[in-house]
Design a binder for this molecule. Sequence first.
Ligand SMILES: Cc1ncc(COP(=O)(O)O)c(C=O)c1O
Length: 466
Amino acid sequence: MGFLPLLTRDRGRRLHLPAHGRGAGLPDDLRAMLRHRAGIWDLPELPELGGPLMQQGAVAESQRQAAIAIGAERGWYGVNGATGLLQAALLAIARPGQAVLMPRNVHRSLIQACVLGDLTPVLFDLPFMVDRGHVLPPDGPWLKDVLNELPIAGVEIAAAVLVHPTYQGYATDLKPMVVELHSRGWPVLVDEAHGAHFASRVDASLPDSAITAGADLIVHSLHKSAAGLTQTAVLWSQGDRVDPKAVERSLGWLQTTSPSALLLASCEASLSDLCKPAGLHKLGTRLKDARELAVQLRQLGLPLLENQDPLRLILHTAAEGISGLEADAWLMARGLVGELPEPGCLTFCLGLAPQRGLVRLMHRRWRGLLAAQGKGLPLPVFTPPPLPRITAPAMACGLAWRAQSRRVSIADAVGRVAAELICPYPPGIPLLVPGEKLDHRRVDWLLEQQNLWPDQIAGTVKVMAL
Ligand SMILES: Cc1ncc(COP(=O)(O)O)c(C=O)c1O
């Protein structure tokens, strides 16, 4: 009875998040704290300690020191993941009725924030790789083409969002895009959930972080891309486009009044690992090991795709005719657990724990998988989403979400307005947003997606009642 025994079971090789790898990559300071009597550290916001929204106390001081060390002006620790901080950040930069420019690959938390805050997401399309079914991040020229399509009648854009890097570790140079968006007078929020380690500047070949690129608000998920416990995250701010008081007000709306001292301690310790010599040495070693691992696996014939984050390994299962979802199930049953199964790929997170013997294990498992499921031919190419370069939903997201609705089969939804998200998780990127009107091409594409993600996408969708 109960799931507690499951948590301490230690079987198989786990290449999933959180990145501390079941404790092996946790910061030394946190480990030392956890060696004290269990629970002794579980404290409320006592005056001496304070909390993320207090001006005084040890947590406030820790946030100030962390911001200086990372190169930002202000920082707030979060205990509800990147989700909670992204939502607070978005509500701080746009008022009800305004619109926010964002790429199609935003995490669902941002669309949900649009519903909460009565904001309109103006969504732009992204480069699409048909061999694997992934979108890539935009670059400067791509964004310029998007901006050339503006304005959209009746839509007032107040701010912009970028995602950097993607879940799979694809990144481009953010700076020209941030400069371009600033030239329009918009503050820029960057969802850098998967790229906290870029801010360490430990390694010249890692992409520049959004902090260096001059974004106004940046969210790092510390459990995805640093050594934080699950739910830890941090929001940074810099420059004078966003008033920190507006950020604090929306954090106050959306964060708990009882932040866990354990999670706050984990925020401090994981950030300290990104800035201080011992942590930097550990990260540098992990990056070097990860690059060597990829070279060896490629030499052994594993189809690994190029990306910009060495800690994410993208196995291109589609190249051998295998769905990433099926590969994941087969490998998991044999003790190799990945992070992100998708129709064309399986992405592994190497994380911050040392990975011994992984070349042999992955090679052996890949050969087994090929023998069991390989087709000798690649899967058919994936269809890009049939979307204009840029669109605003036909109806405000919040209105559609709250409207009278009914459930219809996707095939019957042509001409109807969606009243919910369609969103496989992971990766948590919506394929359909409430308020969008479905045409024939979009419905056909969604049916194709449903075939590709049978357990993740239902055959029905909630649409607004007529
Ligand atoms: C790009 C991106 N942003 C934000 C989030 C939300 O992060 P969290 O799980 O820390 O709330 C995710 C989660 O998968 C994500 O992939």
